[in-house]
Design a protein around this ligand. Structure first.
Ligand SMILES: NC(=O)c1ccc[n+]([C@@H]2O[C@H](COP(=O)([O-])OP(=O)(O)OC[C@H]3O[C@@H](n4cnc5c(N)ncnc54)[C@H](O)[C@@H]3O)[C@@H](O)[C@H]2O)c1
Length: 313
C-alpha cells in the first residue's frame, strides 16, 4: 500500500525541513503538512497543507480519514524555555497531542508514528558525561517531565497495543531555514545570525555551559533512518539517545571567529541557565548505532561553515 504521511507541527524548526525531506522521498502529494498556523512561503507552496490543532482528536481523525493517512510525525509541542512560563498549557499540548496520535494507532487508523523526545528527559541527578540510554532521569523542567511521561506512554502503547511508535531524544538542533521555537539551545542558532548582522552576540548561557547539539541535516537523516528501518531493529520503544557533537558557547564563538575574526561574544545568563545546568553535557548513543547504524556527519566546524555559508547575505 502507498504511504500517506501527515506531519503535525509542520511549520516549526524541524517540521519545515522534515516536510521538504519527506516530499523529496515520497512525492509532494503523499505528504500532508499541518499546523495550527501557516508556515513560510516555500513550505506552503510545496504541497498539501491543513490548519489542524493537534489537541483536537475529532479534527485529527477527520484529516487522517480524508487523506487515508498511514504515518504521522507529531512535531507540535511547547519547548523547554516557553514551557517554564506556561506549565499547564505546555502539559496539555505536549501530552494530549501525543495521546491523540497514540490512540489513532491503537484504533488501527494509522500504522506508524514518529514522536520526538529530548535530552530534557534527563535531570540534575543524571550522570552528566556520556549519559547512557537507561540511567537516573528525574527531569526538573515542565518540558522534561512531559517528554519523560511521553516516553513511558510510547513504550506502554507499543507493549500493550502493538503500536509502532518510534522516537529519538534530540539534542539541541542547529538550522538555518527556520528560527528555533523557544528552547534552551536556541543560542546556538541566534549566534550565527548576530555574528553576520552585528559581529557581536550576547549569550543567555554562561561561556562554559557544555550541551549536546546536532546540525539539522543529521537530525532529519536520523529521523528518516529510524522510520525506514525494519520493525525488528527498533529495540527501544521509549526513545533513542542520539549524539553528534558537544560544545560550550565559548567554543562556538571560537569556531565563528575562524571565519569572522572580529566577532565578539558576551554573556548575560538568564533563567535558561538553570535549565541547561540540569541537562547532560554529552550523550552515549550506542543503541542507535547498533540497532539502526546511526552515524553523525556534522561536527562543530562543519556546522559553522554550513550556517555562515547559508545565512550570509
Ligand atoms: N528544536 C530542538 O532543538 C528540539 C530538541 C529536542 C526535541 N525537540 C522536539 O521536536 C519537536 C519539534 O520541535 P521544533 O523545534 O520544530 O518546535 P517549534 O516550536 O519550532 O515547532 C512546533 C510547531 O508546532 C506548532 N503547534 C503548536 N501548537 C500546536 C497545536 N495545538 N496544533 C498543531 N500545531 C501546533 C507550532 O505552530 C510550531 O510550528 C518538539 O516535540 C520538540 O519538543 C526539538
Amino acid at each position: 500500500m502507498e504511504k500517506s504521511i501527515l506531519i503535525i507541527g509542520a511549520c516549526g524548526q524541524i517540521g519545515t525541513e522534515l516536510t521538504f525531506a519527506l516530499r523529496t522521498m515520497h512525492g509532494n502529494e503523499s505528504v500532508i503538512a499541518s499546523d495550527i498556523r501557516e508556515g513560510n512561503e516555500s513550505l506552503m507552496d510545496s504541497g498539501p497543507f491543513e490548519i489542524l490543532d493537534a489537541t483536537d482528536y475529532d479534527a485529527l481523525e477527520e484529516v487522517v480519514a480524508y487523506y487515508e493517512i498511514t504515518e504521522v510525525y507529531l512535531m507540535a509541542a511547547m519547548l523547554s524555555a516557553t514551557a517554564e512560563k506556561f506549565p499547564m498549557r505546555a502539559w496539555n499540548l505536549n501530552m494530549n497531542s501525543l495521546f491523540n496520535v497514540l490512540n489513532l494507532a491503537k484504533e488501527k487508523k494509522i500504522d506508524k508514528i514518529f514522536w520526538p523526545s529530548s535530552i530534557a528527559v534527563f535531570g540534575p541527578n543524571t550522570p552528566k558525561e556520556n549519559t547512557s540510554q537507561s540511567t537516573i532521569m528525574e527531569p526538573s523542567t515542565v518540558y522534561g517531565i512531559s517528554k519523560q511521561s511521553g516516553e513511558r506512554w510510547c513504550d506502554y502503547y507499543h507493549n500493550k497495543y502493538g503500536v509502532d511508535v518510534r522516537s529519538i531524544r534530540y539534542p539541541g538542533l542547529i538550522s538555518w531555514k527556520t528560527m528555533p521555537g523557544g528552547g534552551t539551545t536556541d543560542y546556538a542558532v541566534e549566534i550565527y545570525h548576530k555574528a553576520l548582522s552585528e559581529k557581536a552576540y550576547t549569550c543567555f548561557l554562561k561561556e562554559d555551559t557544555e550541551l549536546p547539539m546536532m546540525f539539522m541535516d543529521d537530525a532529519i537523516k536520523a529521523t528518516l533512518q529510524l522510520m525506514e528501518t525494519d520493525t525488528e531493529n527498533v529495540k527501544v520503544r521509549s526513545s533513542y539517545n542520539l549524539s553528534a557533537m558537544n560544545f560550550t558557547p565559548s567554543q562556538m564563538a571560537e569556531s565563528i571567529q575562524k571565519h569572522i575574526p572580529d566577532f565578539k561574544i558576551s554573556y548575560e545568563p538568564d533563567f535558561r541557565q538553570a535549565i541547561a545546568n540540569s541537562w547532560p553535557a554529552s550523550i552515549d548513543d550506542r543503541e542507535a548505532r547498533q540497532d539502526w547504524n546511526w552515524q553523525a556527519e556534522f561536527d562543530l566546524e562543519k556546522t559553522t561553515k554550513e550556517m555562515l555559508g547559508n545565512l550570509a547575505p
